[in-house]
Design a protein around this ligand. Structure first.
Ligand SMILES: Nc1nc2c(ncn2[C@@H]2O[C@H](COP(=O)(O)OP(=O)(O)OP(=O)(O)O)[C@@H](O)[C@H]2O)c(=O)[nH]1
Length: 533
């Protein structure tokens, strides 16, 4: 007879697998909605996927998933088919989708390697050098990316018939000089949507004609075969399914009708809007919500748009906030004057919806890129020292009963690596660990470069035992990575972690640091847990 406990465990694992797939599908549909301006069919597809999840969750008694799926369905049903969703509805949907993506995996899931982020679809690798292809495939697996090696053009084409991959890693000269490029052309011609292809070459860098041909055939990048980590990094971007933070737009216009019109256009593309009709209220609105962009009328009672833009720019925190004027002003000189006073763009009313949308989207994406650069470490792309601590503080502030564990990681004998192999190799090891952590942890876990060869992670919803399991697994996997194409170079890290017990941020960090010190003293290459305070 089967032990009832193991049966329950099996059921849980079955559900866990299934839910990961269903949530993946829901996230894909969700990301597609703004692109198709919330088309009726796309919303119906999302509703169907949510119904399926709710039904499966009910069968397996997974209350949290059932509740979230149902809540999402309730909001969707309030939106009239073909109409713009309201900002409050968008807020709610965004918040629930985010929660759903977070619940899709727990740290103690057995399938920790198969996380939410990477696509379930495999990546096909087709290189002339099969041993090199196997090495890349194995490295990808350590990063949680499924990879299938294809040995010949025929095998490759056959595999494509059977299963669509998430992306291809293809040698430009697979099966003969330039043949990889021809193969790519043949593959893309048969598809409606082009397949992302990462082209590789062995020694001779491609010339401009080959690069152009690669670009025309769907290249997302061209790499030397030995740049394994760069290939993995690009794949991670391609396969990322984290729900985007919605764009938040503050509309400042004394005309209620004009403001509502703009709001509807932006809402239809999934952007959350807030309207301020009294220009004197703009600073209060900026302090309360943190918009990505301000869309502003030029002529309003009380003050004009140019004066307002100047006042906004006087505050350091809004120096990079994009401001777009939307006005009936047609005089080009006045428009240019307005931009000189702190505006970024000028749209003349009446503006076409697609024109407004593309201007707003481009500006917000640029501003976010810039913000990202400021908050992130340039070598690794991780949060910098200040911002990882800020992320930790935010998590402590939530104080909603879910455990939070702070983890500190330090590469062992890093000075020797620099001394023996050179600084560039040291840098590569740092980048590899950053990428490895990004790939191996949940997207919702903030990861930072704390100092030179020191890293920090905030694990939310993980107590110290769960966190130890996760970090122990990572520690073991990390030792298997190849760095700088040198199989002799084995790198390890030590790790100290502390679960938050209601203590101050500095005490928590101090405890994790002490635990890290313990791990170093006890011989390195290990995970140590902090003592209770
Ligand atoms: N290549 C490279 N090296 C760095 C960077 N930041 C710090 N380092 C070096 O990292 C080394 C850190 O060495 P230590 O703190 O002495 O410790 P360790 O050699 O890692 O030894 P243990 O931590 O005791 O295992 C120093 O030599 C720094 O110069 C960086 O961005 N790139």
């Amino acid at each position: 007879m089967t032990d009832p406990q193991s049966k329950a465990q099996q059921l849980r694992e079955f559900f866990s697998n299934r839910v990961i797939n269903q949530v993946r599908q829901i996230l894909d549909l969700w990301r597609y909605l703004p692109e198709c301006n919330w088309s009726v069919t796309a919303v119906a597809d999302l509703a169907r996927a949510l119904e399926k999840l709710a039904a499966a969750a009910q069968r397996f008694d997974a209350k949290r998933h059932q509740q979230l799926a149902q809540e999402l369905l309730d909001v969707l049903q309030q939106i009239q088919p073909g109409q713009s969703p309201e900002s409050a509805q968008l807020e709610l949907l965004n918040q629930k989708v985010r929660l759903l993506s977070e619940t899709a995996l727990r740290h103690n899931d057995k399938q920790a390697a198969e996380r939410l982020i990477p696509s379930k679809k495999p990546v096909y690798i087709a290189l002339d050098d099969e041993a090199a292809a196997q090495t890349i495939a194995q490295q990808m697996q350590y990063f949680g990316i499924r990879a299938d090696v294809q040995r010949s053009s025929d095998e490759f084409l056959q595999a494509l018939q059977i299963r669509h991959p998430a992306a291809l890693v293809l040698d430009m000269h697979f099966s003969g000089n330039g043949h990889g490029l021809l193969l790519a052309e043949q593959i893309q011609q048969q598809r409606e949507q082009s397949l992302p292809i990462l082209f590789t070459y062995q020694d001779q860098p491609p010339d401009i004609e080959q690069r152009l041909s690669a670009m025309r055939n769907g290249a997302t990048g061209i790499y030397q075969q030995s740049e394994i980590q760069a290939v993995i990094s690009q794949l991670e971007d391609l396969l990322d399914r984290t729900p985007l933070q919605p764009f938040r737009i503050l509309i400042v216009d004394d005309s209620k009708a004009q403001a509502m019109h703009s709001a509807r256009v932006l809402n239809k593309a999934g952007m959350v809007t807030e309207i301020v009709n009294d220009p004197l209220q703009v600073l209060t609105a900026l302090a309360e919500s943190t918009p990505d962009l301000v869309l502003m009328d030029m002529y309003m009672p009380g003050c004009n748009g140019m004066e307002l833009a100047k006042v906004i720019r006087q505050q350091r925190e809004h120096l990079n906030l994009p401001i777009i004027y939307l006005s009936g002003e047609e005089d080009r000189q006045r428009q240019l004057d307005a931009m000189a006073e702190g505006g970024d763009d000028f749209l003349t009313k009446p503006v076409e919806a697609r024109h407004l949308l593309s201007t707003v989207k481009t500006r917000v994406l640029r501003a976010r890129q810039l913000q990202n650069l400021i908050a992130r470490d340039s070598l690794t792309g991780l949060l910098n020292h200040t911002h990882i601590l800020e992320a930790l503080q935010e998590n402590l502030n939530r104080n909603d009963g879910t455990p939070v564990t702070f983890v500190m990681i330090d590469i062992d004998h890093f000075k020797n690596i620099n001394d023996q192999h050179g600084h560039p190799v040291g840098d590569e090891v740092i980048k590899n660990l950053a990428l490895f952590l990004t790939q191996s942890l949940r997207k919702s876990d903030p990861i930072g470069r704390y100092g030179g060869e020191e890293f920090a992670v905030v694990l939310r919803d993980a107590n110290q035992d769960q966190a130890t399991m996760v970090m122990e697994q990572l520690r073991q996997n990390f030792t298997k990575l190849i760095h700088a194409n040198n199989r002799e170079l084995q790198v390890t890290f030590s790790c100290g972690l502390a679960q938050w017990q209601g203590d101050s941020l500095s005490d928590l960090v101090e405890r994790a640091d002490q635990a890290l010190y313990q791990a170093k003293r006890a011989g390195r290459n290990q995970v140590c847990v902090a003592k209770a305070s």
